[in-house]
Design a protein around this ligand. Structure first.
Ligand code: FAD
Length: 334
């Protein structure tokens, strides 16, 4: 492309990072804004002193061939066949999972390389601006400060946060407001090793815990032999019924439930509790949103079935839309 469109991507989760990587490879200039310090969004990782863990999606499961092929082509992705059990201690079929190494956020961090990354910047407003035949989108942060003019702006945040930013296109706001997010409490613990040597993943039917993942058992994780790191996800119903509880109270209940599941006393060395207000979206759609009049669009898991795979698929569609749009504009201008 002779003309190098400058695109603002709001959000550095899977959808924003995949979109950024595709646009960069087609000659676009991309600025990525995220309210957090790092990349990943709901595929981010956290530190607890000397320990680390994946705080959001713990691993990827490829539902389709194209996603699996893409995962396998990413240098930091490795297969993980976890030793998986039900809460009844019966062995589950060990499914093939994929994880980024040395942590989940490494994938998004590398995908946005080559873009201008602006962390800790919450975008509060975007609006189309017209200057004669020239069209651009202005971005402002939450305090009203201008973040610049762009040829297009793409919102990749969870649905309710997207609704606030998509005001210039009312039909998009309507769609975002109708999304169905579910919340999830997550409790991460580093414990003394040795109580669960043969178990790496526990899932199935339980009143409190939906899944417990031994993060330190994933490939290429650095951890001492004396400790293991577990991520305990609460069920959707339990999380919703404890939505306004204090993290300290959640920690006690999830630790107790986990200890009962393992049927062992656990010695906690470090811990962290996180509430994901919009952990997942239940959608029947398979799309991205693009409004050529305002040059504003959106993609992400709330617009496409499949969780993290949906975020990836929606970003692919968004990239195709933008590439076709700006190619047509360039052809028209020449
Ligand atoms: C605990 C947990 C477990 C999960 N397990 C699975 C699983 O097993 N399988 C699966 O497929 N999926 C799972 N998911 C869902 C999966 O993580 C998401 O579907 C996927 O990561 C969504 O990616 P995204 O890019 O659409 O959104 P996000 O990852 O939410 O990215 C959006 C980004 O936008 C940023 N942002 C928000 N508002 C603003 C603003 N105003 N200005 C600037 N930046 C902003 C956020 O900080 C974030 O980085 C899980 C999620 C959680 C939380």
């Amino acid at each position: 492309m002779l003309f190098q469109p400058h695109i603002a991507v709001i959000g550095a989760g899977i959808s924003g990072s995949v979109l950024t990587s595709l646009l960069l490879s087609h000659g676009f200039r991309v600025s990525v804004f995220d309210k957090s310090r790092g990349t990943g969004g709901r595929a981010s990782s956290c530190r607890m002193g000397e320990y680390q863990a994946d705080l959001g999606v713990p691993y990827f499961e490829a539902l389709s061939g194209p996603f699996e092929k893409w995962l396998l082509s990413q240098p930091e992705i490795m297969g993980w066949q976890a030793k998986e059990y039900g809460f009844d201690k019966k062995v589950h079929i060990h499914k093939n999972h994929y994880v980024a190494t040395p942590k989940q956020s490494a994938l998004t961090r590398r995908l946005i390389q080559g873009a201008d990354f602006i962390p800790q910047q919450r975008v509060g407003y975007l609006w189309p601006e017209y200057n004669g035949s020239d069209k651009s989108v202005i971005l402002r942060n939450e305090h009203g400060k201008s973040l610049g003019l762009f040829d297009a702006a793409i919102v990749t945040t969870p649905a309710y946060q997207a609704a606030e930013l998509l005001e210039a296109v009312p039909r998009f706001v309507n769609k975002a407001n109708h999304a169905k997010p579910s919340m999830c409490w997550v409790h991460v613990i580093a414990i003394e090793s040795g109580i669960s040597d043969s178990i790496e993943l526990i899932s199935g039917q339980h009143a409190v815990i939906s899944r417990a993942i031994k993060d330190s058992a994933k490939p290429n994780r650095s951890h001492s032999v004396d400790s293991e790191v577990w991520v305990i996800e609460a069920t959707e119903d339990w999380s919703a019924s404890h939505c306004h509880s204090e993290p300290e109270a959640i920690a006690i209940e999830l630790q107790q439930a986990f200890s009962e599941v393992l049927n062992a006393e656990i010695t906690v060395l470090a811990e962290r509790t996180h509430r994901w207000l919009y952990a997942r979206h239940n959608t029947t759609e398979d799309e991205c949103l693009w409004d050529p009049d305002s040059s504003i669009g959106a993609c992400g898991d709330w617009l496409h079935r499949g969780g993290s795979e949906g975020a990836w698929a929606s970003a692919n569609q968004m990239a195709e839309c933008l590439i076709a749009h700006f190619r047509a504009q360039e052809a028209f201008a020449s």
